[in-house]
Design a protein around this ligand. Structure first.
Ligand code: GDP
Ligand code: MG
Length: 314
């Protein structure tokens, strides 16, 4: 973000009390699929902002998580994992979303798995080095990194691959070494008043979050490749008598997939709806009535115009 854009984005009526040395800027969370980027965002914010699953490619959009402290506002950008080969339109969309985020960032958080280095990690690092912004390396999943004695040599080797301003082992899942990160990251942000009001946690609407929650519950239940062919669109989202009425369509690519999503006797869809509704009620702080439909749109994930229609805007 350039200085000009930053001041243009300032909300009107900024309180006069913001200290002149206040810092604010963008920290992109970047890495190959499945290293724990979204889990890290949620741990940093202390709330679930971005959906998580053991399957790669769960995050498809660029999602902001806004953390406001007394001395700085860090705007975290969760990104889809960057992959080296992106053949389908959906994968190209995800790569674009990730690349735009790291290009715009003031500092990049390069997430890898502790004790594990792959060609895909190298590919992401090459992109980051090209950008020339400060890079903080976060070695995630230290809770399951064994033997621990290998951690130090691994860090030394990592530091030979590029110049990192910091290298920090963390566990997003266990919340270890997470609390110190915001202050460390803020050092690499420009001096600027906050861009967002202090009570705003994300740029995403409740409607977007509702669709993501349904997709997460599906992703957790469905096997193998199926989650990649599914997207969720909200058709109705309105409040009535203190309740939220949500209608969502689950789009699949083939009619065979429809049967799998619905499950024997409709059991699977019912279970997805139940767990999604419970999570939405907690998140939105009011009761939710959720209705789910499953529809087929042939090959939507490899069709640019279908993607745009379904909310994949980049
Ligand atoms: P992303 O694709 O990089 O956003 O990864 P996710 O945040 O969706 O996480 C992928 C998987 O890794 C999920 O099953 C997470 O529970 C798991 N995970 C994330 N962080 C940690 C961690 O610190 N330790 C362990 N053991 N698992 C983690
Ligand atoms: Mg993710």
């Amino acid at each position: 973000m350039s200085e000009v854009e930053v001041s243009a984005a300032e909300p009107a009526g900024q309180p006069a009390s913001v200290a002149p040395d206040y810092r604010c800027g963008f920290a992109a969370i970047v890495g190959r699929p499945n290293v724990g980027k979204s889990t890290l965002l949620n741990a940093l914010l202390g709330r679930k902002i971005s959906i998580v699953s053991p399957k790669p490619q769960t995050t498809r959009h660029r999602i902001l998580g806004i953390l406001t402290g007394p001395g700085a506002q860090v705007i975290f950008v969760d990104t889809p994992g960057l992959h080296a080969s992106a053949r389908r339109a959906m994968n190209r969309h995800m790569n674009r979303a990730a690349l735009v985020s790291l290009q715009d960032a003031d500092v990049n958080l390069f997430v890898i798995e502790a004790l594990r280095w792959t060609d895909e990690d190298q590919h992401v690092l090459d992109e980051l080095v090209k950008q020339g912004r400060p890079i903080i390396a976060l070695l995630n999943k230290v809770d399951k990194a064994f033997p621990k004695e290998r951690l130090l040599p691994f860090m030394v080797e990592l530091q030979r691959r590029a110049e990192f301003v910091e290298v920090v082992p963390v566990s997003a899942l266990k919340r270890s070494q997470i609390d110190a990160l915001p202050a460390l990251i803020a050092r690499y942000l420009p001096q600027s008043p906050p861009h967002f009001p202090s009570d705003q946690l994300t740029d995403r609407s409740e409607q977007f979050q509702a669709a993501e929650i349904v997709r997460e519950k599906l992703t957790l239940r469905l096997r193998q490749e199926l989650p990649y062919g599914i997207t969720v669109a909200i058709e109705q989202f309105k409040e009535e008598d203190g309740r939220l009425l949500v209608n969502a369509v689950i789009w699949v690519e083939r009619s065979g997939q429809k049967a799998i999503v619905i499950g024997h006797g409709g059991e699977q869809l019912k279970e997805v709806g139940r767990s999604a509704r419970i999570e939405m009620s907690t998140l939105f702080g009011r009761p939710v009535h959720l209705e789910l439909w499953v529809k087929v749109k042939e090959n939507w994930s490899d069709n640019e115009s279908a993607l745009r229609q379904l909310g994949y805007e980049l």
